[in-house]
Ligand binder design. Structure first.
Ligand SMILES: Nc1ncnc2c1ncn2[C@@H]1O[C@H](COP(=O)(O)OP(=O)(O)OP(=O)(O)O)[C@@H](O)[C@H]1O
Ligand SMILES: [Mg+2]
Length: 269
């Protein structure tokens, strides 16, 4: 179980004249994520979703507040202590290409977390990498390719393989399908649903698209200006959202989405 108690992230920023100010990207957020449960986090661009995700996987340190994993207060740990626990919480970053090392082949990218955290023989490593490629439904022929030789959907799958490699307790997917074309988007969403059935973990899907949020989970957090404004634990359709901001997100979906009609089943294009 992951428990977040009143966390804040404040950035110091400078304008073009050199004037300093602060920006509260995450502004007092509390929630609990249960084991083997999926959650979605939705909000417009700049609402603080990625910042919150980075705090959850300890890529960034919160300015204030605490995060407990299975009762342990990880906010009290040093960078070194956190590093040792990193295998427990993984994140698939918003930008797949820049999160992969351009000098690493697919095999090397997927091996990296395994080599850091586990002692494996060459054969065992090979077996694990092939197994992970299978899990993300990529052909084994890709192992010697470099990131620039792969499509957006393939890059995303490699990032997912890296994230699931160590059987983490928490996996955060930051905008798992944004920037992908319609057919690839659908395939990745379906892959995520299949993975969830195979791998028990807590899943947090971050998206600016409330339709995607609903497709991936019945537990939807809605974030606005660094704050969770609604937690819908029964997100079966759009009519289940109560907050004005959530309704605005629904209204601003492009007209191609038939699911704006509350009676229709959510339809992912
Ligand atoms: N390293 C940083 N330094 C200063 N400000 C930052 C930093 N990272 C994020 N911000 C600011 O914090 C706010 C929240 O950013 P964040 O990336 O968390 O939003 P988001 O909801 O993920 O947006 P998007 O949907 O566009 O990815 C924004 O105003 C952003 O400009
Ligand atoms: Mg973001």
């Amino acid at each position: 179980m992951i428990q977040v108690n009143d966390i804040y992230k404040t950035y110091k920023i400078k304008d073009k004249y050199g004037n300093k100010s602060t920006l509260n990207a995450v502004n007092g957020v509390s929630f609990t994520l249960k084991e083997n449960t999926s959650y979605s986090l939705v909000g417009q661009s700049g609402s603080g979703k990625s910042t919150l995700a980075k705090l959850l996987v300890f890529v960034e340190k919160s300015t204030e507040g605490e995060i407990f994993i299975d009762g342990e207060n990880l906010s009290l740990l040093s960078k070194d202590q956190i590093r040792k626990k990193r295998s427990n919480f993984q994140m698939v970053m918003q930008d797949a290409k820049s999160s992969l090392n351009p000098k690493y082949t697919v095999f090397e990218s997927i091996s990296e977390p395994l080599l850091i955290f586990e002692k494996l023989s060459k054969n065992q490593l090979n077996h694990r990498v092939m197994n992970l490629l299978n899990m993300v439904e990529l052909p084994q022929e890709l192992t010697e390719r470099y990131p620039h030789q792969l499509s957006g959907g393939q890059l995303k799958r490699i990032c997912i393989a890296r994230a699931i490699a160590l059987n983490p307790k928490l996996i955060v997917f930051d905008e798992a399908v944004s920037g992908l074309d319609v057919t690839v988007r659908k395939k990745i969403l379906e892959l995520l649903i299949r993975l969830r059935k195979k791998l028990s973990a807590t899943y947090l899907f971050i998206t600016h698209d409330i339709d995607v949020a609903l497709f991936l989970s019945k537990n939807v957090f809605v974030m606005k200006d660094g704050v969770i404004v609604e937690y819908n634990q029964n997100a079966n359709d759009f009519s289940s959202f109560k907050h004005e901001y959530s309704k605005l997100l629904i209204k601003s979906l492009p007209p191609v989405y038939p699911s704006q009609n509350n009676n229709l089943k959510v339809n992912i294009i």
